[in-house]
Design a protein around this ligand. Structure first.
Ligand code: NAI
Length: 218
């Protein structure tokens, strides 16, 4: 497939396309026009065309998009047609919640192990995944070809663990700890902060209320 340079903004939108296309396939829909996809996704048809034409050769005049093909191609672009081995550092509430979510495996993210410092947790098994002591971290990463580490530990401990992960060869950190990590250029960090998402929601709901109040005053 010919692939033009894809902007960060498009990459950010691809997982949502992937999710909708997956749902269409589950519903038995094999082809869809940009107009229909636009109605479902509440994105303009021109935005869809602009985004998806970046990859070249998906849409066909008068036919629309081949859902299965597009789903597979977006999967390849997102790298989820491959298996990624993942570990979770911090087997507390959040770490265990992630481990208990079986759907990551359907996307190729295989949770290989969990690590903690709490002796009461070490040795427990969550959905078949054993919790190990952090002293085993480096060897486990090498032995299990681990690429991604989820950090669900207190922020004060995160920089030290991140350094160890990088030295052990980890190339991607899924960071839930509320701290910006300093890592080398060849390591990627994806920060996930639910509270930031909630603050954006708060902003939107407050703006809506303010707007309503303004209208009522007029
Ligand atoms: P928790 O206290 O239930 O779990 C933290 C676990 O980390 C504990 O089991 C603890 O023993 C372990 N731990 C501490 N130091 C460690 C180390 N050096 N190596 C390995 N394990 C270590 O806390 P919870 O609720 O699971 O939250 C975990 C982290 O995630 C916190 O930093 C919290 O602020 C953050 N968090 C972030 C969210 C987000 O949206 N980004 C949402 C919820 C929590």
């Amino acid at each position: 497939m010919e692939q033009k340079e894809i902007s960060k903004a498009v990459i950010t939108r691809l997982p949502r396309y992937y999710r909708y296309l997956g749902e269409l396939l589950e519903d038995g829909v094999e082809r869809i026009s940009s107009g229909e996809l636009s109605t479902r996704m509440k994105v303009t048809a021109s935005q869809i065309r602009q985004d998806l034409n970046k990859f070249g050769g998906f849409g066909q005049q008068g036919y629309g998009y081949n859902v299965r093909y597009l789903y597979a191609e977006i999967g390849k672009i997102l790298g989820i047609d491959r298996q990624h081995n993942l570990i979770i550092i911090g087997a507390g509430n959040l770490g265990q919640a992630i481990a208990n979510y079986a759907n990551f495996e359907r996307r190729g993210f295989m949770i290989k192990g969990m690590f903690d410092v709490n002796p009461r947790l070490i040795g427990l098994v969550v959905r078949g995944i054993e919790i190990r002591g952090v002293e085993e971290l480096e060897k486990f990463i090498v032995d299990n070809d681990v690429q991604i580490a989820a950090l669900t530990i207190p922020k004060t401990k995160a920089p030290e663990i991140a350094d160890r992960l990088v030295k052990a060869g980890i190339k991607a950190i899924w960071n839930f700890a509320h701290i910006d990590l300093a890592v080398p250029d060849d390591v990627v960090v994806e920060n996930v902060h639910l509270s930031e998402s909630l603050m954006r929601l708060s902003y939107r709901v407050c703006s809506m209320q303010d707007e309503k109040e303004k209208k009522n005053l007029l």
